[in-house]
Design a protein around this ligand. Structure first.
Ligand SMILES: [Mg+2]
Length: 297
């Protein structure tokens, strides 16, 4: 789905290293996940301050062929909305989708100054929180992003088929549709060589693309920062995919935090083991969990 839609997944990105994990050793050290218990509901209902963070695809929404058509199971966003009105409760949906896509598929606004009752949206694996338009980029990295943008634009102007792709934390120069292969090769090489002199940049030379990232975001990094900044007493997170494991790994499970892994119809289909303490099966069970928590809290 959209979290995996990049055509050229570089070897050094968090995606690649995440999918290489967990190692056998780590798996062995983990306890196997179990279904939710009555004690979990009692605990979460009574937590003084609670962060409820939820992935979108495969967690709130079943997978569909066209990612643009993905929708949350009826009732699940309503349950999140109710939870957001409960005392001491913060609710966010965090996704690998960019913020614009996340807004489109949830039908929720990207609220820049969230208050009680609002669901917060966080896109691009934590790089695009709706309430922090500039993300968490340091001035040095922001400057580098600007330099890369200027250089890539200047180089792309040398051939009408060269084009530049912008993501929140990277700038890519694409050459597949270039009219002059020699010009394209020189422009690509120049862009990559410049980027490789920048200590903060991670450069990936792909087939017909040079991607330069100024930082990388993970869902876990975002949730951890938010949890520390807001001092939530408890955090509960629901997710189905390997990128969600970055959150499962930072949770203090199974108290005071709780990770809930959405296994999908066929848990054997995944070649990795979740670090989550609990499991639910599918977005229907996610909705039931959220509705029950909202009812009790
Ligand atoms: Mg997912």
């Amino acid at each position: 789905m959209s979290e995996h839609s990049e055509e050229h997944r570089p070897k050094s990105t968090p995606h690649a290293s995440e999918s290489a994990e967990p190692t056998g050793e780590r798996q062995a050290a983990r306890q196997s996940s179990s279904p939710l218990t009555e004690a979990d509901f009692v605990y979460l209902a009574q937590a003084g301050t609670l962060l409820v963070a939820v992935d979108f695809d495969g967690t709130l929404a079943p997978f569909v062929d066209d990612p643009a058509e993905a929708r949350a199971i009826p009732g699940s966003l309503e349950a999140l909305q109710q939870l957001a009105t409960r005392p001491g409760t913060t609710v966010l949906v965090i996704s690998g989708r960019n913020l614009a896509q996340l807004t489109a598929v949830t039908g929720l606004p990207a609220i820049t100054e969230p208050t009680v009752g609002d669901i917060r949206l966080v896109g691009s694996h934590g790089a695009e929180p709706a309430d922090e338009p500039m993300g968490n980029l340091s001035p040095e990295r922001a400057q580098l992003l600007q330099d890369l943008t200027d250089r890539a634009n200047a180089l792309a102007a040398e051939d009408p088929g060269l084009w530049v792709e912008f993501k929140p934390l990277s700038v890519s120069l694409h050459s597949r549709t270039a009219e002059d292969a020699e010009v394209a090769a020189r422009a690509s090489a120049e862009y990559a060589e410049y980027a490789e002199t920048q200590p903060l940049a991670t450069t990936t030379r792909g087939k017909n693309v040079v991607e330069v990232a100024v930082d990388h975001a993970t869902k876990g990094g975002y949730v951890e920062r938010l949890r520390e900044a807001m001092r939530y007493g408890a955090t509960v997170f629901l997710g189905d995919d390997v990128t969600d494991e970055t959150v499962m790994e930072i949770l203090r499970q199974d108290r005071p935090d709780l990770g809930i892994h959405v296994t999908g119809e066929d848990p054997q289909a995944k070649d990795w083991t979740s670090a989550a303490a609990r499991t639910v099966r599918d977005p229907h069970e996610v909705k039931e969990f959220l509705a029950e928590l909202a009812r009790r809290r």
